[in-house]
Ligand binder design. Sequence first.
Ligand SMILES: Cc1cc2nc3c(=O)[nH]c(=O)nc-3n(C[C@H](O)[C@H](O)[C@H](O)COP(=O)(O)OP(=O)(O)OC[C@H]3O[C@@H](n4cnc5c(N)ncnc54)[C@H](O)[C@@H]3O)c2cc1C
Length: 401
Amino acid sequence: MTGVSFDVDEETRLILDSLDEFIEREVAPLEADLAEAVRNPRLGRRPNGQPTQEVLDAVQQVRRKSGDAGFYGMVMPEEAGGEGVSTRTWYAAKRHVASKGRGLAEHVLKGPEGPNPLLLHAEGKQVERYLEPVVRGEKSTAFAQTEPDVGSDSPAMRTRAEKNGDEWVLNGRKQWITNAAFCDFALVLARTTPLEDVDRRLEGITCFIVEQDEFELGSVNNAIGLEGWQAEILLDDVVVPESRVLGPVDGAFRDAMALLTMGRLELGAEAVGYSQYLLEQSKAYAQDREAFGQPIGTFQQVSTMYAKGRAKTYMADAGGLRCAWNMDQENDVVEDVSIFHWFATNAFWQIADDAVQIHGANGLSEDNPFVDHLHLARVLRIVEGTDEIQLNTIAKQNGLL
Ligand SMILES: Cc1cc2nc3c(=O)[nH]c(=O)nc-3n(C[C@H](O)[C@H](O)[C@H](O)COP(=O)(O)OP(=O)(O)OC[C@H]3O[C@@H](n4cnc5c(N)ncnc54)[C@H](O)[C@@H]3O)c2cc1C
């Protein structure tokens, strides 16, 4: 490839078309069975906030079928069981699925519970037991970095792992861990060399594979927009064998950053897709709904909300495509992904707020999807790096801070 192209290439087009067919054939009937339970967090949740068993089963089915069809982990390299599609194709697929709005389809393509760059370090029996089933959507994982006292400043983590013969003993507490309660195993980051003994703060952290029955679950961490999917992981003298170290001892953080880079691109792509969905809904409503004898879309204040949303989505998408292209060229994208994540998630937030406004009281109704998208948009400005951390990164990459 010689230059940036914004065309959807032939391979990507075929994948998007097949995704449409797959969602229509496999996901839509499941969603119809569950009715509003997948769209309305209040209906599809247990009293503690976690998804009901029927929602969890449906999600699991979607992942497995998607894995069988080769969609779920298609961005992973072929030698890891994926399809090795380009980052541009992955970006387009993530955006495309999100452009249908929230629902069961959001589990068709891997998210934080799926395969990630850390897992590419799997060796020997780890490949068969952990990496391959996760790429196929048969097992799921959880990435456990955040702690009750440590979020953005992750190198300050307090979870420790100490070597004892050919075993490691882990102690600590992780919080806000997506899929912790439902995963088959977690990827737990722990400090293995104290901060005072490393040259760089990012060193001295190791990733451990800890199986579900080896750790205890703490509280469910309910966040608006993603209710019930996050929980605490309690590690109280948890012993794991040496064979559960994933990647280099003391060197997990570089891969954790690669994971965050991919995560930022994925969340940005979703933000663009959801924005497109909300804009379509808002346009249709603005053309149909009348007030004072005319469609509300003919009022300049309403049409301007829509037009600003279009402009922001256009810019965000251009940034996402550029980012994905740079990733395919293996260029440094530290600044790009921060710009994209920050811009796309903030655009989504504003567009979701405007979608509620354009729909008036109907926008606030739980029977409609708008508040749910608004909640998710708010979450996306905090996960995979807060707004402030993205802006710090941009400033740092330009010699400030
Ligand atoms: C729905 C959801 C899912 C999540 N999933 C996972 C997961 O799967 N795995 C995982 O490990 N974590 C997960 N997290 C945690 C998430 O990564 C953290 O919440 C995030 O990194 C921010 O950390 P914090 O909440 O502790 O905020 P803090 O780091 O305490 O920040 C609080 C405020 O201070 C600001 N701030 C902090 N440092 C600076 C600075 N240097 N300059 C300027 N402002 C600053 C922040 O921007 C923020 O506004 C999840 C969180 C949520 C809500």
